[in-house]
Ligand binder design. Structure first.
Ligand code: CTP
Ligand code: MG
Length: 459
């Protein structure tokens, strides 16, 4: 595996697994014959093209560096217009006569230095982040990986005259879906043979034909491929059901009853929407699934890693507490002061740990946030609750609407504390170096911090 930009700590084991470098090829150049000649990638689902639904889970998955969409030549400009607004990592190329030709065109336009290539049909708008992650894991471990689901109908093999030749053992039959993932070199080699490409109906078949191992990984029954007109109506229903399941509570927060249901959502790697002493925040546990779900809510405007709210200084043993950092925490915590501490052993996951190895922590004085973190007993990620491009929410329902605006795939739970008073953001101090430095002026004036640390460097 080539050089890795980040690292995932395996919880409880302490082994650091390099994050594989991932590229995604998205065939979208089909004629849509079974859809009556409709251009499927542009059909609207919940007001947005299927293609965009199909791309989003990949764009919020750690390690994904490039995405190439192959479309019919006439559709290039329209596709570029949609995807440019979505994410700068997406490129558009012209597809080919068969699906495999389109995949080959997309793969050829991906960067060379990748560990894993995923292939995903533009016509599958409901793929879950967990399925994407499983395909990457299996492919990074060295085999091909096909998302799939066990057959529910009995299948029959028939001859040309319609006579049943065989009834395969259903226990061993799975429906193949996408994504399919492969070690990059393996897929490139398999796609190089034009004859093989003409015969294969999916990418795994090409790799199987080359005699290489391909593993079935758990997909999802609702990872539907929109093929016929009725499928679009079904996709609308499945998406609406997913969103309805995602919203579990919009009542005002009552610690005596609501804390437990919030913890339950957090333990399932869901997203909590909660009030802090500044604005509403989105957050969750430090697991890769929960971190990527929270980052996904802000895919377009998250430039910094997520900060974490902690129950107290002693609750984050992986971080390096300098004497200066301790002095600031003793004086101002709980309070709107965020401290960036060094994480020398990579105890925190990418998305929380900065590329330089710092983690931003704070002990919140807000009664709901602090009760939540204390009850959870572990750090809770925190980023301001806003829909991409909008200001942070100061009202519970507005924060919930912001979370739902991007179509989250994890359950979302609001701890509603009504409207919050206007407040500046927290003050941020970098304590990773010998001499602490203010990174962002905010709620607590630097002059007050200097009462504790006269030597503090300004912004
Ligand atoms: N595809 C492609 N290039 C082709 C054929 C198909 O990129 N020459 C893509 C489709 O756009 C789709 C995916 O492969 O995203 C799966 O194909 P399918 O669902 O069969 O779509 P179509 O080929 O468009 O539909 P049909 O077979 O009904 O014509
Ligand atoms: Mg087709």
């Amino acid at each position: 595996m080539s050089g890795a930009p980040g690292a995932d700590a395996v919880p409880g084991v302490g082994i650091v697994v390099p994050t594989p470098r991932v590229g995604v090829a998205v065939p979208a150049a089909g004629a849509g014959r079974r859809m009556g000649g409709e251009r499927k990638p542009f059909l609207l689902l919940d007001g947005e093209p299927l293609l965009l639904h199909a791309l989003r889970p990949f764009l919020r998955t750690p390690g994904v560096e490039a995405v190439v969409v192959a479309v019919a030549e006439a559709e290039g400009d329209e596709t570029r217009a949609w995807t440019a607004a979505l994410d700068g990592r997406v490129r558009v190329v012209t597809g080919g006569a068969t699906r495999s030709d389109s995949v080959a065109a997309a793969v050829a336009a991906l960067p060379e230095a990748l560990d894993v290539i995923l292939v995903h049909d533009a016509a599958r708008p409901l793929v879950g982040d967990d399925v994407v992650r499983r395909c990457i894991e299996a492919a990074a471990a060295g085999s091909g990986a096909v998302a799939g689901w066990p057959a529910t109908d009995t299948l029959k093999e028939v001859d040309a005259g319609g006579l049943v030749v065989r009834t395969p053992d259903r226990e061993r039959i799975w429906h193949a879906q996408t994504p399919q993932g492969f070690p990059a070199a393996v897929l490139r080699r398999a796609l190089a043979d034009p004859g093989g490409r003409a015969r294969a109906t999916d990418d795994a078949a090409l790799v199987e034909a080359a005699g290489l191992p391909v593993r079935m990984v758990r997909g999802a029954p609702d990872n539907l491929k929109v093929t016929r007109p009725a499928d679009l109506a079904l996709a609308e229903v499945l998406l609406a059901r997913r969103r309805a399941e995602a919203v579990t509570d919009v009542r005002a927060f009552d610690p005596s009853t609501d804390l437990e249901s919030a913890l339950e959502v957090a333990r399932r790697d869901g997203i909590l929407v909660y009030p802090t002493e500044t604005v509403y925040g989105f957050g969750g546990r430090l697991t890769p699934a929960a971190v990527s779900a929270v980052l996904g809510l802000k895919a377009r405007d998250q430039t910094r890693p997520l900060l974490v709210l902690v129950p107290g200084a002693e609750a984050v043993p992986g971080l390096r507490w300098t004497a200066e950092a301790r002095a600031l925490a003793d004086a101002f915590w709980p309070g709107a002061l965020t401290l960036v501490l060094a994480d020398p052993d990579g105890a925190f996951p990418p998305g929380v740990r900065s590329p330089e190895g710092g983690v931003a922590v704070r002990r919140s004085p807000h009664p709901v946030a602090s009760a939540l973190v204390a009850a959870l007993g572990e750090p809770l990620t925190s980023t301001s609750a806003n829909a991409p491009g909008r200001p942070p929410a100061r009202e519970g329902r507005e924060a919930l609407a912001a979370a739902l605006a991007t179509g989250p795939v994890a359950p979302v739970h609001l701890l509603d504390a009504g409207a919050l008073p206007p407040s500046p953001p927290s003050t941020i101090v970098d304590c990773t170096a010998a001499r602490p430095r203010v990174l962002r002026a905010g709620s607590i004036p630097v002059s007050r911090l200097r009462c504790v640390l006269p030597d503090l460097q300004d912004v």
